[in-house]
Each structure stands twice: as C-alpha cells, then as structure tokens.
Design a protein. Sequence first.
Length: 423
Amino acid sequence: MHPVFALVDCNNFYVSCERVFNPKLAGKPVIVLSNNDGCAIARSDEAKALGIKMGVPVFQILNIIKAHKVHVYSSNYALYGDMSQRVMQTLTQFTPDIEIYSIDESFLDLSGFSSHNRTEYGRKIKYAVEKWTGIPVSIGIAETKTLAKIANRVAKKSKKSNGVLDLTASPFQDKALELIDVEDVWGIGRSYSRFLKENGINNALQLRDANDQLIKKRMGIVGTRLLHELRGLSCFPLERCPPPKKGITVSRSFKQAIETLDELLEAVAAYVSTGAEKLRKEHSVAGVLMVFLMTNRFNKERYYYNMTTIRLPVSTSDTSELIQYAHGGLIEIYKKGYLYKKAGVMFRDLVSETQVQTNFLDSIDRIHSNRIMQVLDNINVKMGSSTLKYAAVGLRGNKKWQTVFDHRSQSYTTNWNQLLEVS
C-alpha cells in the first residue's frame, strides 16, 4: 500500500484565533505583531491585499494602518497555543496517525482511504475543525509530504478546490507544480533557490524534472530526497513521536535599553525560568547553559556582544540552580557603561531526565529538587502562568526588560478572569 499524506494547515492562524473571539474582524484587514509590537508576523488576506509584507516593521506601515483602519493585535501566545491544541485534538478524531509539524500544521496518514473518497473525507475534516474550533483550514493530499505541502498551497488559493485538494495520482499534478515558485518548495532556502534559478529551474515542475546529478552535486542527499518526493516516492515518513529537541533558547529584545546589572539579572532569571519550565515539559535536563547579552547592533561605535558557556556539574532542569549559574555567567560578561538591547539563555546537551549522570561531589538533594519543581509547575498550570515565581525575577512592575504587548487581546481560553463576556 502506497503512503498518502494530508497536510492540514490553519489559514492565517494567529489572525484566525483573534477572529474566533471577535467576529466583527471578519472581512477586515488584521495584523498580529511580534514581541514588543515590532513587526507584522501574521496578516489576514485583506491586510496582504493592502501590500503589508511579512515581517515589515510597524513604523513603516503606520500610514497604511491609519488610512485603511487596519486592526492591530499584539501576539497572544497563550491563546494561540491553546487554540492549536484544540485543533490538533479535533484532528485525532479522524485518524490516530498524526504528526504535529508546527503550531498550525499537521500531517495525517490517509493511506487506508480509497481514492474516490479522500477529497470528501478531507472536506469532513475541514468542516469539523472550523465548526468545533472556529479556525479555517486548508488541506492538501498527496503521495509524499512535499507534494502534500504543494497541494495545500494550491488549495489555499484555488476557489475551485474550496480548501481541499487531492493531488494523489492526479492528472492536474503537473499544473499544480508549475504554479509553485521553486523558492516556495518545502526545504528550499534562499541559497538553494538562487542556485536553482541560475540554472533555469524556476518552479516545482522544473525542479522535479531537473538533472539528478546537477541537484545532487550542489544539494547532496537533501536534494536527492527532494527530487524523489516531487516524483511521488516518499522519503519522509510520518513522525508520530517527534524527536527530542537538541536545544532550547529563550531571549528577548528590550523595548528600552538597559544599563544596570540588577535589571539584567532579573531579565536573565525570567528567561531561565521559562527555559527550565520548557525542559521539564520535555522531560529533559540540560548539561550546558549559555548566557549572552548585546547592545544595539546598529550602533557600531558602542557595540558590545559577549557570551559565556557553563558546563553544569550535573545535568538539571531545576530553576533555582540554573538561575544561580546563569547569574554567575552574566556577571562574568557584563560591562558597565553600555546600553544593552538584548539578553538570553541557551540550554544545550539535552538528555532525558532519566539519564542523568550523577556526581559524587553533588551536594543537592535531587529527589527533593524534583518534587519542588513538580509542585511549582502544577500550581502554575492550575492557577495560571507565573502564579509562583522566583524573587530573582523581580517583584516590582513596569520592568524595562519585560516584553511590551500594548494591543494584546484577552486570554479567553486559559484565564478564568478573562473569559469572553457576551452582553
């Protein structure tokens, strides 16, 4: 039995989440901004039609926002994460074989469905997701993940497909490939795109029919697999259990520049707290902790960047222990007299929490430490994020290092105090 994949992709996901709880936004231009309300990272179709590009800084489009009454929202990751989980739970009702690829995309295994009802089944999935969650989706179906990605891209733009397109052994497959620019093919970055276009390969169809040796010489095994995928030979199976992360990074750009060490220590403690929580969710511990800080990179005369790497004596996910090491690293690289614009922490050498190599000289009660972290996480899950936090994060409000969300909507699904009110 040949594999058949369906890629379910939420349309303009962040914008769609906002529209679920504010139906008045339907049909109107909407954008969602990055941290500190810096750039547009999600756009409704109406906003795209106004010429608003992905990643454009807000200050460059203020005239468009004002002239066309564009609705502007800050990122609300608590809301988007919860809505994503609801979409994925809905998809599991249709097949147990699912790979959650990103916050708004999933691959489904439809190998067991006959060709005459796959499109119909795709429409059932689309209808159920939109009815149960309010999130519109597009679905592309094909023999490989790469072809399913292409089918999905065409389905989004084709009125005739109505959001669902099955390209499995389809006579229209060549036409669909011809419509896709080569740089939009899954796995093709800027460097490869430039190389391909220099060799007269401008779309996915031309790439599929390209000379194998040319592609292999420049793109190696990655290019060879990509050609196989475009020709209908699956090289990327469904990953039902995603591989563990190789590292976790938590960093932020400050809305206001920071000069004092005390404020930087607070910021780093907050980032460590977030990273340690992510480690525990992954049931992982870190063996290496890296701390960095930098000034404004556009100020060449007063530019400073530095990073320190700390190999931990025992791999851990204990927040208090990690904060202690991070603070020591920050003090080591901090230079007085600079205005810092960004800081962050990186966790590396991640292993399962069950594979910790103990140290004979270790003075920490690891069992007690794990219990404290479990209590901390359980309370924050039940009562809301940061209900309990370490004093090292700082107790005062209006911190310069805190990310700014001036246009953020309510956490409608994760905070009892912010439930939607209907009058």
